[in-house]
Design a protein around this ligand. Structure first.
Ligand SMILES: Cc1cc2nc3c(=O)[nH]c(=O)nc-3n(C[C@H](O)[C@H](O)[C@H](O)COP(=O)(O)OP(=O)(O)OC[C@H]3O[C@@H](n4cnc5c(N)ncnc54)[C@H](O)[C@@H]3O)c2cc1C
Length: 233
């Protein structure tokens, strides 16, 4: 899959209908939208979402689509602190039936089915991995192991119920609240798999950089690291 093919769907623009918003825990919100007919994408990719119901200064943000293409809805999740951006205030004002614009989904973060995968999520960075794991669970041709390490220092694990329900012999989910536990587990994984695996990392910039540096220091080649940096956290 080439760069152009991964990026081209950015030109696919749709207006999607807001259905509902669920507060999932402290400052964590999930927004559900109707899925446009024939919308196709790879689990893990992100869309660019634009507020169209009112005029605001910076109306667009990228968000990973947390649902796989076979699922019924387009789902995005995010942290919304009390003092939040105009964009997130506008999202919270959506009423069922109102629309926002989505470009994509597109981007290079999706599963390479030919290699074992380790998914490393920092907090809200779980969003693309939920989609990837849902897709993998329902894909009979998956024959490589998928290991999730989900780090959240507040133990506010988004989608935990759904992740716990995944019963697939090749999928393993590990929750951790301490960075040291993540690195211990990761070191065990690196010792076993070395460069015979793809390392997927998503979350706040500081976390992604730190994991990336750790992987590089352990001789994991750049071509085996795929990442989404969630700016603004
Ligand atoms: C490929 C990709 C995928 C992504 N996927 C996700 C995802 O699934 N979920 C997700 O949450 N994010 C995701 N992001 C990040 C997302 O696009 C936003 O950057 C992020 O959610 C922060 O948005 P914001 O509107 O809060 O931030 P910004 O407007 O950039 O604000 C940054 C900080 O300033 C504070 N701030 C902003 N305006 C005000 C104000 N008026 N008053 C007080 N404080 C203010 C905010 O609280 C925030 O902490 C993704 C990014 C990329 C590149």
């Amino acid at each position: 899959m080439g760069f152009i093919k991964d990026i081209a769907p950015i030109f696919k623009k749709s207006e999607i209908t807001f259905l509902k918003c669920n507060q999932e825990g402290n400052q964590l919100y999930t927004f559900l939208f109707e899925k446009p007919v024939n919308l196709d994408y790879k689990a893990g990719q992100h869309g660019v979402f634009t507020i169209i119901h009112k005029k605001i200064k910076k109306p667009s943000r990228p968000f990973s689509v947390a649902t796989a293409a076979f699922e019924e809805h387009v789902k995005i999740s995010m942290e919304i602190p009390e003092k939040c951006s105009e964009f997130k205030q506008a999202l919270l004002q959506l009423k069922p039936g109102m629309k926002i614009q989505m470009r994509g989904p597109f981007g290079p973060l999706y599963l390479n089915e030919e290699k074992p995968a380790v998914l490393i999520a920092g907090g809200i960075g779980i969003t693309p991995f939920r989609a990837m794991m849902k897709a993998a669970e329902n894909n009979p041709s998956i024959n490589q192991p998928i290991t999730l390490y989900y780090l959240d220092s507040r133990e506010n694990y988004l989608y935990k119920e759904e992740l716990d329900e995944i019963k697939h012999p090749l999928i393993t989910v590990n929750y951790m609240s301490k960075k040291d536990s993540l690195y211990d587990k990761l070191d065990e994984y690196i010792t076993k798999q070395k460069n015979d695996s793809i390392y997927y990392v998503a979350g706040p910039q500081k976390m992604v950089k730190s994991v990336q540096n750790h992987l590089k220091a352990n001789n994991i080649s750049k071509s085996n690291i795929k990442k989404d940096i969630f700016f603004g956290y």
